[in-house]
Write a protein that binds this ligand. Structure first.
Ligand SMILES: *Cc1c(COP(=O)(O)O)cnc(C)c1O
Length: 396
């Protein structure tokens, strides 16, 4: 069978590869502990599940869903945005429900990029921004983020010939994989930049509610004039432990949202309605679960950072997101370190190179691991460390 070139050029999705490796090991009877994928281990809160079950019995919800999303869902999203961020939105024109935000993130490239157009993508970063760009014949231009620039892209240093072709700027704060955050000042600057160069900002914001130490993430749409130049992607996955239900949304600039809705109406037929009602329940219902979960994640974060620092690996405790971004030991590449941990002590961490070239020398550890496994995993890592001379000479 002959396949399209775009399939051939598609890299295997990072987590699919890692899941395959873990399954192989487990099949051999090995006890593997994974700090891999960011997929909440805590179940969806019961009141959300109960609503889903009730709605599953309603015949109207057995039929094709409204492809633009239930009006009630769009109104609920608008009310939540106002409550949470003080941002006003029009439920008719500025909200597009999504089958999980990953879907929208990939499909937005169809709406904004012609072949040869450039998308500005932070590196390291969530892989879908660049893959979505490549799939439509666009070209990712990487903006390196590192501790030196507080993991914020340096918008003033982009070459003019790139700016001329740039149509999208991808941002993601709180950031996956680095755990970095952005403030309103940065978003204001980004809006100014986007206006000046006629670029659409796509802010990916799935960790808006996953934050620690009293920190509250800000929305890109809180910036002055943000709606003129961009949209924000959201997900219920990480906020309400709903990764398995697949629901999220894009909100913001009406022209871009309309393009996304039009594109999607030709590709999918909407989100199963019972799941839309579950999302309504999640956004309108009691929000105590968010605080409770964040307290659990914060404790895990501290245990992980503590262990890593004792091993001599630099890891700064993140203010938000589900990840600890840690330097690998001196003399190791990120893949060598991750592979050695898996081979020697059966612990999975994600090599930073999987998030782009600038992720090299780092690994990502997810906080979505049950406490008992977490402690076991950390003690194995300490064991690994004790058995090594980590001051191997640096390779050239
Ligand atoms: C988890 C995640 C998503 C995807 O969320 P879904 O709504 O489950 O598709 C998008 N972006 C980033 C940065 C994520 O970490």
């Amino acid at each position: 069978m002959r396949l399209a070139e775009r399939v051939e050029s598609l890299p295997p999705y990072l987590f699919v590869e890692i899941s395959r490796k873990i399954s192989e090991r487990k099949a051999r009877g090995e006890d593997i502990i994974s700090f891999g994928i960011g997929d909440p281990d805590i179940p969806t809160p019961p009141h959300i599940i109960e609503r889903l079950c009730r709605e599953a019995h309603v015949p109207a919800n057995h039929r094709y869903p409204e492809s633009e999303g239930l009006p009630e869902l769009r109104k609920t999203i608008v009310a939540w945005y106002l409550r949470r961020f003080g941002v006003t939105l029009d439920p008719e024109t500025e909200v597009a429900p999504l089958i999980g935000s990953k879907e929208g993130i990939a499909h937005i490239a169809l709406c904004l990029l012609n072949p040869g157009d450039v998308a500005l993508v932070t590196n390291p970063g969530y892989p879908v921004y660049a893959i979505g760009t490549n799939l439509v014949g666009g070209v990712p231009y990487y903006l390196l983020i590192s501790p030196q620039n507080n993991f914020l892209p340096e918008l003033d240093n982009i070459p003019v010939n790139i700016l001329e072709k740039a149509r999208i700027l991808w941002l993601n704060y709180p950031n996956n994989p680095t755990g970095a955050v952005a403030d309103l000042k940065f978003f204001n600057k980004a809006v100014e930049f986007a206006k000046k160069h006629d670029i659409c900002i796509c802010h990916d914001f799935p960790y808006s509610e996953v934050a620690f130490d009293g920190y509250t993430p800000v929305s890109f749409l809180q910036a002055e004039g943000a709606k003129d130049v961009g949209i924000e992607f959201h997900s219920l996955s990480k906020t309400y432990n709903m990764t398995g239900w697949r629901i999220g949304m894009a909100v913001g600039n009406a022209t871009v949202i309309n393009a996304l809705k039009t594109m999607k109406s030709n590709i999918d037929s909407g989100i199963p309605q019972a799941i839309q009602y579950a999302a309504i329940e999640a956004l309108n219902g009691p929000q105590d679960c968010i605080k409770e979960h964040n307290a659990i994640y914060q404790q895990r974060r501290d245990l992980i950072v503590d262990t890593l620092n004792k091993m001599g690996l630099v890891a700064i405790p993140p203010k938000a997101s589900l990840y600890v971004w840690a330097k690998v030991p001196y003399g190791y590449t990120s893949v060598e370190f991750a592979t050695d941990l898996l081979d020697k002590v059966g612990v999975v961490v994600i090599p930073g190179i999987g998030y782009g070239r600038n992720g090299e020398c780092y690994v990502r550890l997810s906080l979505t691991i049950a406490d008992a496994s977490l402690l076991k995993g950390l003690s194995r890592m300490a064991q690994w460390h004790d058995s090594k001379n980590i001051l191997r000479p640096k390779k050239v």
